[in-house]
Design a protein around this ligand. Sequence first.
Ligand SMILES: NC(=O)c1ccc[n+]([C@@H]2O[C@H](COP(=O)([O-])OP(=O)(O)OC[C@H]3O[C@@H](n4cnc5c(N)ncnc54)[C@H](OP(=O)(O)O)[C@@H]3O)[C@@H](O)[C@H]2O)c1
Length: 293
Amino acid sequence: MEVLIVGGTGFIGQALQKALDLSGIAYKILSRRPSKANHIFWDPTKKQLDTSTLGSITHIINLAGAGIAEKRWTKERKKELINSRVDATQFLYNECSKHCPSLEGYIGISGVNAFGFDDSLSYNETHPFATDFLSGLVKQWEEAHRLFDKLPSFSIFRLGMVLSSQGGAYRKIAAPMKFYMGAVPGSGKQLVPWIHLDDVVGFIMYVLKSTPVGLIHVVSNNSSMKELTQAIALKERSKIILPNIPSFMIRLIFGEMGMLLTESLRIDHTKLTQTAYKTRFNQLSDLIYEKEN
Ligand SMILES: NC(=O)c1ccc[n+]([C@@H]2O[C@H](COP(=O)([O-])OP(=O)(O)OC[C@H]3O[C@@H](n4cnc5c(N)ncnc54)[C@H](OP(=O)(O)O)[C@@H]3O)[C@@H](O)[C@H]2O)c1
């Protein structure tokens, strides 16, 4: 087995590299800024990719994409969010069909923000896409992943918010707490589907070594934004009062992207619970034990 992690230099990719190292599985990283011996250069916008060492790749894990919550969703930024996932994956497929003769497995990463926001429903994998920007992005992203669906092993993981004190959304929420500041976005009652980073990596390793799972919601639990913020404050040992920031202010500050903080989403993860993989972090209180695990 030799794995190619596309976009493997980021938050999830770095944790996955550690797990592959521990398992003794060889891997290479496809990056726009290669800096190590096992990095391969690509620039999907310019349709450039160094194909010289792709011949031995047996599995691809595709994590690439410009950060959804990094910048305001201007017209230009929306294009970048789409192109860095959809066009990049199509380009990857075209190159791999010519240069990856040993390829047998593919895991495409996607997200759970695809159904609109009616939290009286619990959205499972068969629920249709909504029509807002993010749902449309997820739809196109998954269509691009499906170019690889003739491989013997093909899966798409729809991730909830990936939690870990090492980075991602957790660090953004925790950052002001260092200065005894912090707040709960919106009413705090809105639900956030989440999964711990260790479980994302654990489940990728499980699927790599066993059977494909197809399209699957990779979520451990749906917790309220207030519970999430409080759990992070507790872990950071930050004894602060967390005021609510009204939703309209979040929209003023973040524009359309603010929906990620204010809207409520309930995700059905029954399919994940029916696999042999058992998630280790199932309650926010489990975050407290993160370091000891
Ligand atoms: N973290 C979460 O909570 C979460 C939740 C749901 C879904 N996801 C999805 O899971 C994937 C991985 O998440 P992550 O948190 O590890 O993200 P990340 O830390 O931002 O890493 C993503 C990687 O994608 C590559 N990338 C960034 N901009 C790109 C562009 N314009 N064109 C091509 N490649 C680009 C980068 O690699 P190079 O700079 O080396 O090229 C980067 O290391 C992302 O697609 C993300 O949307 C994440």
